[in-house]
Design a protein around this ligand. Structure first.
Ligand code: ATR
Length: 482
């Protein structure tokens, strides 16, 4: 009865309490602490019978109740609260204890915290957790970063409580793997969320196009449910059908028609794009998804634009509704492949830049279940990066490029129809532009370089010679080495 806890969780809000219960369900003795003790008490009152909990009202009591080396999971609000909690924990720890931050922290904060905690002789694990509150309780996807030693101490527990995927050969993989040193885990989680933004946005664009062509919400729900049985099989498509079928309990109207069309965000999508800009990594599908949410919430812009700007009204004229629905399905698949491809490119690029050597296939592997972007497509992405760990771009892999080629006409038709009908489809069209930019034999960048040399003597390179060159634009218009 007096055996020490095997692990401790600080932060008894929704995610923290659900993770603590998940640990208890797997047989771990779990120490609990929350800044306000009422929350700790409530977890024990409501769920105490689910496992062995060791609640504490004071932090020293909490720390002392955990066996060494201690494993302590922080599930507190990202930002200052995380720093404050780490500050109060550090004087209470012993060598080799592990603090894990399971919140949505910015990876650069994690790099800073890891260095500081490691310098004091402890381990710090920045760990992405995806799956929402149900995932935290029943098995999330878990993306830990930190020293290898820290993974030896904490990894087996995390693998235990994560979701698990059965492979075709009968083996089972946990949806948890070591992502790399310091900020790697939170970096990968950040990209997960960026991809999630793009995936949700393309689904939304498909819905608006179907609605524009005259399908009711319940007909759209049937279409998404049908799509969920094929290549598009994913959690997000599944819940799309569920949301579209739901009636408003107050009015009886379709719920989606009474939800205000202002999408909010907590920042991880924005971080994905800000980081991509720093890395010069063109994730324009994810970027458009973040901007689409910003546009939806820009009340002033929408008010003045509705009054000032004229154009088609969003009704989509289609001769053959069945053929149109199929085209939208194909376009959605292409835009999704490219959005995921961009996210994985950012993981690869960031992994190199920060020296993490992230195994990109492992990121895809652990997202196959438990997390919000779990999707059939991730099996293919895993296989592609297993076959070639340095794959430059998933969309160019032999296993997927021919399918994009086969579906591209539908994608082009849908983007064209969206434009002529006035249906905003920023991710459908941005991902197509990216696809065409990446494969173009020549880009307009040549003209850009010419202009930069003219107005700023920024020089240009030539297709037929080495080195940098400058044209004497204001003089004799001869060329010289820059
Ligand atoms: P959720 O899991 O619901 O998303 P969150 O907003 O990310 O929760 O985090 C809330 C948790 O952070 C709570 O446990 C909160 O403690 P209180 O219940 O005492 O408010 C904790 N938290 C927030 N600010 C904190 C701080 N400065 N120091 C310590 N814990 C803090």
């Amino acid at each position: 009865m007096n055996e020490k806890a095997e692990i401790g969780v600080i932060g008894m809000a929704v995610m923290g309490s659900n993770l603590a219960r998940n640990l208890a369900h797997h047989g771990y003795r779990v120490a609990l602490f929350n800044r306000s003790p009422e929350r700790t008490d409530r977890v024990v009152t409501e769920h105490g019978a689910e496992g062995i909990f060791r609640p504490a009202h004071e932090l020293p009591e909490f720390v002392a109740s955990i066996e060494r080396p201690r494993r302590i999971i922080l599930m507190v609000k990202a930002g200052d609260a995380t720093d404050a909690t780490i500050d109060s924990l550090l004087p209470l720890l012993d060598p080799d204890d592990v603090i894990m931050d399971g919140g949505n922290s910015l990876f650069t904060d994690t790099i800073r915290r890891e260095e500081r905690v490691r310098a004091q002789g402890f381990h710090f694990v920045g760990c992405g957790i995806s799956g929402g509150e149900v995932g935290a309780l029943e098995g999330p996807a878990i993306m830990p970063g930190g020293t290898r030693e820290s993974y030896q101490i904490l990894g087996p527990v995390l693998e235990d409580i994560s979701a698990h995927v059965a492979n075709p050969d009968g083996s089972v993989d946990p949806c948890c793997a070591w992502m790399g040193p310091d900020g790697a885990g939170h970096f990968v989680k950040m990209i997960h969320n960026g991809i999630e933004y793009a995936d949700m946005q393309v689904i939304g664009e498909a819905w608006m196009l179907l609605r524009g062509a005259g399908l009711s919400n319940s007909e759209c729900a049937d279409v998404f449910a049908e799509w969920n049985t094929g290549d598009l099989d994913s959690y997000l498509i599944q819940i799309t059908a569920e949301v579209l079928r739901q009636a408003d309990p107050r009015t009886g109207a379709d719920l989606v028609d009474v939800i205000a069309d202002r999408a909010l965000m907590k920042g991880t999508g924005t971080w994905t794009v800000q980081t991509a800009l720093d890395l010069s990594c063109p994730v324009n599908g994810i970027g458009e998804a973040v901007f689409a949410r910003a546009t939806s919430s820009h009340d002033d812009l929408r008010r003045v634009a509705r009054a000032a700007l004229r154009g088609p009204d969003g009704r989509v004229e289609v001769a053959d509704r069945g053929a149109f629905v199929e085209n939208v399905r194909r376009a959605l698949w292409c835009a999704k492949v490219v959005s995921y491809s961009q996210g994985f490119d950012e993981i690869r690029t960031g992994g190199h830049k920060y020296g993490w050597n992230i195994k990109v296939a492992d990121a895809a592997r652990i997202w196959r279940d438990g997390c919000i972007i779990r999707a059939r497509l991730l099996d293919r992405i895993t296989q592609a990066y297993d076959a070639d760990p340095d794959l430059v771009s998933f969309m160019c892999a032999d296993s997927v490029a021919p399918e994009l080629a086969a579906n591209q006409q539908a994608w082009r038709d849908v983007v064209g129809l969206a434009a002529t009908s006035g249906v905003p489809a920023p991710v459908f069209s941005a991902t197509l532009a990216y696809y065409d930019s990446a494969r173009a034999p020549r880009l307009n960048a040549a003209l850009t370089q010419g202009m930069r040399d003219l107005f700023g003597s920024h020089s240009y390179e030539r297709v037929d010679d080495e080195g940098s060159w400058h044209l004497n634009w204001s003089g004799d218009r001869n060329e010289e080495r820059a």
